[in-house]
Design a protein around this ligand. Structure first.
Ligand SMILES: [Zn+2]
Length: 341
């Protein structure tokens, strides 16, 4: 935490420039989120402090909220400060944007970038958090490299294009499928693979069986109407709900149907890994998993979904808080993505 010690005047100009870059980035690309606005309040306070004392110090969340309300409106009462500005979400939002902001600083020829620090209150008041904008040195471009050329341009471009990294979370299968969809996945050439195939082919077989029975002896319908119609409708519904899974071998990734998933956390995807012939994975390997990321716009959770008519034939990442606007690509090989809107 050497950044907390007094800073030589030489670097305080650099730090002020960092804050300028941050403020410009926030107004151009930070959006209307609370995180972005709180950060602009903090940046302004830090800049004033830097000009006055040459250093920045932590600001507690009550003070930030009071100034925020003055500038952007809202009420001071209501939620506790910890609920008003959730520390984990705020820090997650910052982490999602830090690289992009650092790249902007590098483009501006600066050797340092701003970094948000969150720490508990000095008075030990339980969950009151204090925030500080500190400055961290960045890799300085090599001697003779013009800071305005390729390297930094590429870094900034890459940062904004590939702005999302998905992490793979475990997924709980429906209780009656927990023996099948185990966390380590299963080979198609195993008893679990056979069970999955049965699960997929059974509705087709049952439908054909009932239809064939009706052709052979049409009187079955009048003798057992309820049984025949329930059986037929049931197996057709079953077929419809398993239909997406038929494309698993070709698409390699499908959104898991609801009946596969536990009611507590109904989100997951099925991934299919095909092995080389003769390799242990030959025949393929099936995983049930839950890729997710943090939305760089609002810090919400990004989960995978069908692309729909806007992104046909694609599986994309949608932010749960703004599923139609905060939309990202998903590359299952690199587990990364970039903005689509
Ligand atoms: Zn979002």
């Amino acid at each position: 935490m050497s950044e907390n010690s007094p800073i030589p005047p030489q670097s305080s100009t650099d730090h002020l420039s960092c804050l300028d870059v941050l403020t410009q980035w926030l107004s151009a690309r930070g959006g209307e989120t609370r995180y972005s606005r709180v950060l602009s309040v903090l940046a302004e306070m830090s800049a004033n402090e830097l000009r006055r004392d040459g250093t920045t110090s932590p600001v507690d969340v009550d003070t930030l909220r009071a100034i925020y309300v003055e500038q952007f409106g809202g009420v001071l009462q209501g939620d506790s400060p910890g609920r008003w500005l959730r520390r984990e979400k705020f820090v997650a939002w910052w982490m999602a944007h830090r690289a992009e902001i650092s790249a902007e600083c590098a483009n501006a020829g600066l050797a340092c970038g701003p970094d948000l620090r969150a720490m508990p209150s000095a008075g030990g008041r339980g969950n009151v958090t204090r925030y500080q904008l500190a400055f961290v040195a960045m890799d300085v471009p090599e001697e003779g490299t013009d800071p305005d050329t390729d390297v930094n341009d590429n870094a900034a471009e890459r940062g904004s294009r590939e702005s999302l990294t998905y992490r793979i979370e475990p997924v709980m299968a429906a209780w009656w499928l927990r023996g099948l969809f185990v966390s380590q996945g299963f080979a198609m050439r195993s008893w679990r693979g056979v069970c999955l195939l049965l699960l997929l082919t059974a509705p087709v077989l049952i439908t054909w069986f009932i239809l064939a029975g009706l052709v052979v002896s049409p009187s079955t319908l009048t003798r057992h109407p309820a049984l025949t119609i329930t059986g037929l409708l049931g197996s057709i519904l079953w077929l419809i709900s398993t239909w997406p899974m038929y494309s698993l071998p070709t698409r390699r990734l499908v959104i898991a149907p609801q009946w596969v998933l536990s009611l507590n956390a109904p989100y997951g995807v099925l991934r299919f890994i095909r092995g080389e012939v003769g390799q242990p994975l030959a025949g393929g390997w099936v995983h049930l998993e839950g890729p997710q990321a943090t939305c760089p716009i609002c810090a919400g959770r990004v989960i995978l979904d069908e692309g729909g008519t806007a992104f046909p034939d694609r599986i994309i990442g949608r932010c749960e808080d703004s599923p139609l606007e905060h939309v990202f690509s998903y590359d299952p090989v690199f587990r990364s993505g970039g903005p689509l809107r």
